[in-house]
Design a protein around this ligand. Structure first.
Ligand code: GCO
Ligand code: MG
Length: 402
């Protein structure tokens, strides 16, 4: 089954997406998401200039060999752009293989380990009471796991506070907007938020929170400890994970479960954290971590250490990526939870998908392959628009992690 074409589709139906479409000689095609938010054209060029010419003529069924060929063959290993490109090829080849066998992808990954996939939604508000109302709204819609973020009094804008009820979309057109940050104000505020949420919603709902890489390890330890009475499902990205030893310090000080991984690219970023049991959930995205093949290796390593998977699922990952994650989630034994944010109506029109949401869970569908298609004519009506994630400065103007 030779590959005859590998085409990169860049479009902006509400936000930018890079999609790889690989076609084979017998007409079967597969899709892979290659979106790196704010750096989309770098992956598009990597794929069309450097990878597509290598794919034409290859046997589409040789997924592992193609992965190793692109990874080892690049010489320049790892990094978000390379791994997103490889991830897109890998996902598209799994889509093709599953379609050619007339089976939904999860059947090739070992079959369903569960009936459906637990997902968490994103509730946010402009203050504590606004966030309480947003969590109530998610609970009403059937979510049993809800991430809660709130604006912080004294800081004009912060990560994770949505513009509407369903969507949180940080990418802005033009150059990056500047946010302001204070760890002191944040650390004092967040425990009050979760105290209030537990009082309102009782102990059963799963509450999650994303620190978004902003604290030092000892500050993160303090936050985790102060949140222990409210038993969070997890505290996400408490400190930038480049300093992996920092997680030892966090672990010494708190039993609040820790989730990390959305900016990781390979198993090499995960292995120390997993082997030393410094984290509880590993959150790689299918697209940014080399696709299904590589994510399976990470999941199997994590299974040995009782670390569970929790794929990144923000709206800057396309429906192709979400579908791939849902097949993976349904199949791997040590699945924990899946992030889920609604895509915009324009995105949903461009990417037709078979996955469904019901009562706080999702199901990837039983269509052959990933169960996602792209309407190329419609995608062409939404040309790429340059957009950037915000940057973040402390109150005194010093650059900080966003
Ligand atoms: C999450 C993430 C996102 C990222 C976004 C960057 O937990 O979903 O932190 O909100 O900020 O994916 O592109
Ligand atoms: Mg996050």
């Amino acid at each position: 089954m030779r590959i005859t074409d590998a085409k990169v589709i860049v479009s902006c139906p509400g936000r930018n997406f890079v999609t790889l479409k690989i076609t084979t000689e017998d007409g079967i095609y597969g899709l892979g998401d290659a979106t790196v938010n704010g750096r989309e054209l770098a992956v598009a060029s990597y794929l069309s200039d450097h990878v597509a010419p290598l794919l034409v003529g290859r046997d589409a069924r040789r997924i592992e060999d193609t992965w190793q060929y692109l990874y080892k063959g690049a010489y320049w290993r790892r990094g978000p752009i390379t791994m997103a490109a490889i991830g897109a090829v890998d996902t598209a080849l799994w889509d093709i293989k599953a379609k050619s066998l007339d089976a939904p992808l999860y059947q090739l990954l070992g079959g369903a380990s569960r009936e459906s996939v637990l997902v968490y939604g994103h509730a946010s508000g402009n203050d504590v009471e606004d966030t309480v109302a947003a969590v109530a709204d998610f609970a009403k819609r059937g979510y049993t796991a809800i991430r809660a973020q709130s604006a912080i009094p004294g800081i004009p804008s912060t990560y994770g506070v949505g513009r509407g009820k369903l969507y949180y979309e940080p990418a802005e057109s033009g150059n990056p907007p500047e946010n302001v940050w204070s760890s002191e104000l944040y650390l004092n505020f967040v425990p009050r938020l979760f105290e209030r949420l537990r009082k309102e919603f009782g102990s059963e709902v799963h509450l999650l929170h994303d620190v978004h890489h902003r604290l030092t390890p000892i500050e993160a330890g303090r936050l985790g400890r102060s949140l222990e009475p409210y038993h969070l499902f997890w505290l996400e990205d408490p400190t930038p994970a480049e300093l992996q030893e920092g997680f030892r310090l966090i672990r010494q000080h708190t039993t609040t479960p820790i989730a990390v991984g959305e900016v990781f690219n390979t198993i090499f970023d995960c292995q120390l954290l997993i082997r030393e049991q410094l984290i509880d959930y590993i959150r790689n995205a299918v697209v940014h971590s080399g696709g299904i093949s590589h994510l399976l290796k990470i999941a199997h390593l994590a299974e040995l250490y009782q670390v569970r998977t929790a794929c990144h699922g923000a709206t800057d990952l396309s429906p192709v990526c979400l579908a791939a994650a849902l097949h993976f989630d349904l199949a791997v034994h040590n699945f924990g939870i899946q992030e889920y944010m609604h895509h915009s109506a324009e995105t949903e029109r461009v990417f037709k998908h078979g996955y469904t949401f019901s009562q706080g869970t999702m199901y990837p569908g039983d269509a052959p392959g990933l169960g996602v298609d792209i309407d190329e004519a419609l995608a062409a009506q939404y040309p790429y628009q340059r957009a950037c994630l915000p940057v973040n400065r402390k109150l005194d103007g010093t650059m900080h992690s966003w």
